[in-house]
Ligand binder design. Structure first.
Ligand SMILES: [Zn+2]
Length: 297
């Protein structure tokens, strides 16, 4: 079994499915493929095969990368990963490169605010060293870029970005320039906004084992619920302000203010369209605001 087949057999690469991706710019995306990096990380043999392959790439394939790594003779090479997910990948890669590229060490960068930072004894290690940035999966290259910036700030020299998998379709290479990017696998992933998703249109069931399906379904449910409240409440005369239900209230307060009457919420609930616990939460909210329930307790 080649590495790709092994990753697929282990569930690390999923194809021909219907997956919900992490939303971007307030927009949900669906697609047919998924790279489950946790599956690779949780299988040491598979992880080592990826590291083997990357070491081979670094030695054999790219002359310019080799030249970069060997830029300063006798210099230490440090593999740096973003914490936490990519640490096992970076460690595996460092152990494979050790000896092949002189003395190879490993360090990781911590998340801080919007970026990453190098701290503690890693600072001494990285200062003046050639550095390989080891990222597990390149989605857009954003995190790897921030780690590279932190390394440069710590006085390191970034020579290459080494990823298990690049699914960015070229975006990462652009974002990481001038640093060269090497990936063991390039996985092309079609994606569409959830609105334009052909799989949704065909009624293909959502993959409920990976991706952000739970958050997406919650979001869809919320939107539907707010829409249904609006529909029911629309013909009613504006009157008292009602907080329909806890967490939605903040999100939609501006929109719903002055539009809803408490009895509508109750009526709606009687029709079985709201869960009892939602109505209860609503009633509690109203009581805490000193609003009497017109239909009694
Ligand atoms: Zn879809």
């Amino acid at each position: 079994m080649n590495l790709y087949e092994a990753a697929e057999a282990d569930g690390a690469i999923i194809q021909n499915s219907h997956v919900v991706y992490t939303p971007k710019d307030g927009q949900w995306y669906h697609g047919s493929a998924y790279v489950d990096k946790d599956r690779i990380a949780s299988n040491p043999q598979l992880l080592l095969r990826f590291a083997d392959q990357m070491a081979w790439l670094m030695i054999n394939v790219d002359e310019s990368v080799r030249a970069r790594i060997g830029m300063v003779q006798g210099q230490r090479l440090v593999v740096v990963s973003p914490a936490v997910g990519a640490i096992s990948w970076g460690t595996a890669l460092a152990s494979k490169l050790d000896g092949l590229f002189g003395v190879v060490k490993f360090a990781y960068a911590d998340k801080q605010d919007q970026g990453f930072r190098i701290r503690g004894s890693f600072l001494d290690l990285i200062k003046g060293s050639n550095v390989v940035i080891a990222e597990d999966v390149l989605n857009s290259g954003g995190s790897a870029r921030k780690v590279a910036d932190a390394v440069v700030q710590a006085g390191g020299i970034v020579v290459v970005v080494a990823a298990m998998c690049d699914r960015s379709a070229g975006e990462a290479a652009q974002k990481l320039a001038p640093y060269p990017v090497l990936a063991v696998m390039n996985v092309m992933m079609d994606k569409w906004t959830s609105r334009d998703c052909p799989l949704c249109r065909q009624g293909v069931e959502i993959n409920r084992t990976v991706g952000k399906w739970r958050e997406w379904e919650d979001d869809v449910r919320e939107s539907k619920m707010v829409e249904s409240i609006k529909t029911v409440a629309a013909p009613s005369p504006p009157g008292r302000v009602v907080m329909p239900f806890g967490k939605y209230a903040n999100k939609y307060l501006d929109e719903i203010e002055d539009q809803y009457l408490l009895w509508l919420v109750k009526t709606h609930a009687d029709k079985g369209q709201f869960d009892e616990d939602i109505v209860e939460a609503c009633e509690q909210e109203l009581r805490s605001r000193g609003v009497a329930l017109p239909y009694g307790e």
